[in-house]
Design a protein around this ligand. Structure first.
Ligand code: BTN
Length: 325
């Protein structure tokens, strides 16, 4: 991790107070002057960092997502993210889809503070109140041989992005949930649309519970970053961290480095080596999740020693590996 990333992480986790360059220097094991330089680099990237001559540095606490637009030109990513911010909308998926149909470029990203009709996988409702991160990215790859790998790639991007900026231990649940303390912190929805000139659009929707208040009926199996940290954190650095990681995994996909992607996914997986129940349309399977196939399907071994290749479905983690298989 570069020094400026470490400084940013410390400022994000302490955004309620000023942190002196001496304290930062001690914590990160470098000279105070290096901290000052790292802060300058962060400011060039677009972060607003207050500097009090006595107290030190503090990340501007205004948690206003519309400020994301000024990061458009400054992000060091291959994907050229172009931000559209909305205070509210039905679903960012709908807005991104209509922009795509009007010819929006890859990297177009629609972010809303709130959604009235947020949707999840399998036609479920996704509750998107103020304080979370709700966004949809338009992708227009010449060919994505496997959409499942894109889902997995975005999942790793989100999990690593959250981990990088907060230090929280995120895990992945097949096919597309990000977990924190065994509860869901983020979900991903991939939708495709055939556009003009036979061009296919992929709209990748990401929802991350950050500072939003979860309805009590969800808290048994969902969590927010602020619940895990015990305090609110500014969302823009979380968003940028996630977008930088998604960029890396999209690049792996485009350059067909699928093995790397699969291995990284397995490295963060909570599903592999768990006993799982898979719920499909008319079928349920219980077995041990043993591996991912090269195309991102889940391989599940049942007690009769058969191996099932699962392409979709709802997964319930029952317990870690037991002696039955
Ligand atoms: C799931 O876990 O079922 C997927 C949830 C996806 C939610 C995101 S929030 C941004 C985007 N807009 C939506 O309406 N849904 C996705």
């Amino acid at each position: 991790m570069q020094l400026e990333e470490k400084v940013l992480k410390t400022l994000v986790l302490n955004s309620e107070r000023y942190v002196s360059n001496i304290e930062l220097a001690k914590e990160l094991g470098v000279a105070p002057s290096s901290i000052d330089e790292a802060v300058k680099r962060l400011e060039l990237k677009g972060y607003v960092i207050e500097n009090d001559s006595k107290l030190g540095y503090r990340l501007a606490i205004e948690d206003d997502l519309s400020l994301i637009k000024k990061f458009s030109m400054r992000l060091d990513t291959k994907i050229r993210y172009n931000f559209y911010y909305m205070k509210t909308c039905s679903s960012t998926q709908d807005v991104a889809t209509s922009l795509a149909l009007q010819g929006a470029e890859e990297g177009t990203i629609v972010i809303a503070e709130e959604m009235e009709q947020g949707r999840g996988r399998l036609r479920r409702k996704w509750i998107a109140s103020s304080g979370g991160l709700w966004f949809s990215i338009v992708f227009t790859p010449r060919s994505v041989k496997n959409l499942q790998l894109l889902t997995l790639g975005i999942g790793i991007g989100v999990a690593r992005g959250i981990n990088k900026i907060t230090g929280l231990d995120t895990k992945l649940k097949w096919p597309n949930d990000v977990l924190l303390n065994n509860k869901k912190v983020s979900g991903i929805l991939i939708e495709t649309k055939a556009g003009i000139d036979n061009k296919d659009y992929i709209i990748a929707g990401v929802g991350v519970n950050v500072n939003n208040i979860l309805p009590p009926e969800l808290t048994d199996y969902a969590i927010s970053i602020s619940m895990a940290l015990g305090k609110k954190i500014p969302r823009i650095p979380v968003l940028i961290s996630i977008l930088e990681e998604i960029d890396k995994y999209y690049e792996l996909l485009l350059t067909e480095r699928h093995k790397e992607l699969i291995n990284d996914w397995k490295g963060m997986s909570d599903t592999i080596n768990s006993e799982v129940e898979i719920i499909m349309d008319n079928e349920r399977i219980t077995g041990l999740a043993i591996d991912l196939s090269d195309d991102g399907a889940l391989l599940v071994k049942t007690t009769d020693m058969k191996i099932h290749k699962i392409f979709y479905g709802d997964v319930i983690h029952l317990r870690r590996k037991s002696g039955n298989y």
